[in-house]
Design a protein around this ligand. Structure first.
Ligand SMILES: Cc1cc2nc3c(=O)[nH]c(=O)nc-3n(C[C@H](O)[C@H](O)[C@H](O)COP(=O)(O)O)c2cc1C
Length: 514
């Protein structure tokens, strides 16, 4: 008898996309360091500052919590999360985003994230290992929280990443200043005088964080499933109807109250490498904490001197690349590569490689990036031979293919990110595009050819004269023609022809016979 096809419940795997599994893989590959033994919460930020790997703390604080930070702080680790090499990361995210999602609800008893449930007085934010991340932060923050909210208008789940500033056992500040779907959903609820139920997942696989940072007009629970390329097990929260990944480490359930932006939140060391000031923001009220028995708490690195090594810059960069890629697909015929530099927060400085099929495509690419949802400020467009991931190659293209009066596009009055300190309080900002592509159609001229070592290939002849009698040749071809492994005898043969008045040279410098 043929075995029956497994039902949805049996196809659910609550371990494969568990954060802990991913961290174990990082330990094996040498991309995660373990802080053995007991540590204080005060030890966490100094250990994470500038770290080039993830850091796993075995026992933090008096409760001996397990905590991991900087899991996603490199492109290599993000790529590992998607099972591809770093060069293939963007293509893989774009491919997975198109997959049909499968979301499977599991009963509470089967949901690892509800192995332990704290409600009432047990639900206490100060039991969580949230550490002070930067010297001037307003309080400890829960920095790696993925929010799940159901939009009553569409019934869809909105998913984002938001930080929470601890205000007590059951209250936290949530930054809802920047335009976002959550902000719109929350403000609509507040206008109706209703609190908005929300569930924050803390401790998730990097793929879930990537899905959460994308802003696409779809049910984003489905987007998490699509990006996993696997059925997503979800479970209903214990104090509301929101469904969250059943394989998460921790979930904080509660509501954003209807009072609006009423409480000071911040300052906070932000992803552009500066502090964000105190802002008025809504308040989160905790109703339940659910967690795995051996839950692994997660913190995200945000500011600091080495932005490129932070979770935030890497996540932002991938998000920017997805947004801009989608815009480029409708603006230029052949986009080849796009990279948002992590040192610019993964947001402001963007490199695009295109194959120009007609004049003007570089400017189309610049305009598309300016007008996309991403908050790009500076766009560098390069030819296909330039590797957008190489600072040295992009610098070379800027130095040698760019004329400021011809190739610079500057425009003002764009929507801007208020956190950008260079705005000096202005509400809109300027953008610049640098067309670092060679003038259209001139890539083949010798001034635009890239020197390479000689290859010595081609037909053989008895003498230099016989080779030249068959047609003009470069010095390299003359060496190949006579089998020379030295070259100086060719100089002498050419000298003899020149003194006999028989040597000619063409515009490309090839030798010929008169
Ligand atoms: C680690 C991290 C923390 C973030 N914190 C916040 C935040 O506190 N407030 C905010 O508005 N956006 C924050 N973002 C950016 C949002 O998650 C991102 O804009 C997301 O797409 C918003 O989703 P939404 O528009 O579906 O609500 C953060 C991003 C990352 C990677």
């Amino acid at each position: 008898m043929k075995p029956e096809k497994p039902g949805p419940q049996e196809r659910v795997d609550c371990e494969r996309y568990r954060l802990r599994r991913f961290v174990e893989a990082l330990q094996q590959s040498g991309e995660a360091r373990v802080v053995r033994g007991a540590a204080d919460l005060a030890d966490v930020a100094p250990a994470l500052e500038g770290s080039d790997g993830a850091v796993l703390f075995e026992r933090v604080g008096p409760e001996g919590a397990q905590l991991v930070g900087n899991v996603m702080g490199s492109r290599a680790r993000l790529a590992r999360a998607f099972g591809v090499a770093p060069e293939g990361l963007l293509a893989e995210v774009l491919r997975r985003a198109r997959l049909a999602p499968e979301v499977i609800e599991v009963p509470r008893e089967q949901a690892p994230v509800q192995e332990v449930v704290w409600t009432g007085a047990d639900a206490d934010l100060t039991k969580l290992p949230a550490n002070l991340q930067h010297g001037m932060d307003g309080a400890p923050y829960i920095s790696a929280a993925i929010d799940y909210v159901v939009d009553p208008a569409s019934g869809w789940t909105n998913v984002g990443v938001r930080r929470l500033m601890l205000r007590g056992r059951s209250e936290a500040g949530v930054d809802l200043n920047a335009p976002s779907d959550l902000r719109a959903i929350y403000e609509a609820a507040a206008k109706r005088g209703e609190a908005l139920p929300v569930a924050f997942v803390v401790g998730a696989h990097p793929v879930d964080y990537v899905a959460a940072t994308l802003r696409l007009p779809v049910d984003e629970l489905g987007l998490v499933a699509s990006l996993r390329a696997a059925p997503l097990p979800v479970v209903k929260c214990v104090t509301c109807d929101i469904r969250v990944p059943a394989d998460a480490e921790w979930v904080l359930e509660g509501t954003l109250d209807a009072r609006g932006h009423v409480e000071p939140e911040g300052p906070y060391g932000e992803f552009l490498g500066y502090y964000g000031a105190v802002k008025m923001n809504p308040v989160f009220h905790l109703t339940a904490v659910t967690r795995r028995q051996d839950a692994l708490f997660q913190t995200a690195t945000i500011g600091g001197r080495l932005l490129g090594r932070t979770d935030t810059a890497q996540l932002n960069g991938l998000r920017t690349e997805v947004m801009v890629w989608r815009a480029l697909e409708t603006a230029v015929r052949e986009p080849l590569a796009v990279h948002a530099t992590p040192s610019s927060g993964g947001m402001f400085n963007l490199r695009v490689a295109i194959r120009s099929r007609v004049p003007g495509e570089a400017r189309n690419a610049i305009a598309a990036a300016f007008g996309s949802l991403a908050n790009v400020k500076h766009v560098f467009v390069v030819d296909p031979d330039i590797d957008v991931f190489s600072d040295a190659q992009v610098d070379w293209a800027l130095a040698t293919r760019f004329q400021a009066d011809r190739d610079l596009v500057v425009q003002a009055g764009f929507r801007a990110l208020p956190l950008d300190p260079s705005l000096a309080g202005a509400r809109t900002g300027a953008k610049a595009g640098f067309d670092c592509t060679l003038p259209f159609g001139q890539a083949q001229s010798i001034e635009h050819r890239i020197p390479e070592p000689p290859r010595f290939e081609g037909k053989r002849y008895a003498t230099v004269e016989a080779a030249l009698a068959d047609g003009a040749k470069r010095f390299e071809q003359l060496m190949a023609a006579t089998g020379s492994r030295d070259g100086r005898e060719i100089v002498l043969a050419l000298e003899a022809l020149r003194s006999g008045g028989r040597l000619a040279r063409d515009a490309e410098g090839r030798y010929g016979l008169k």
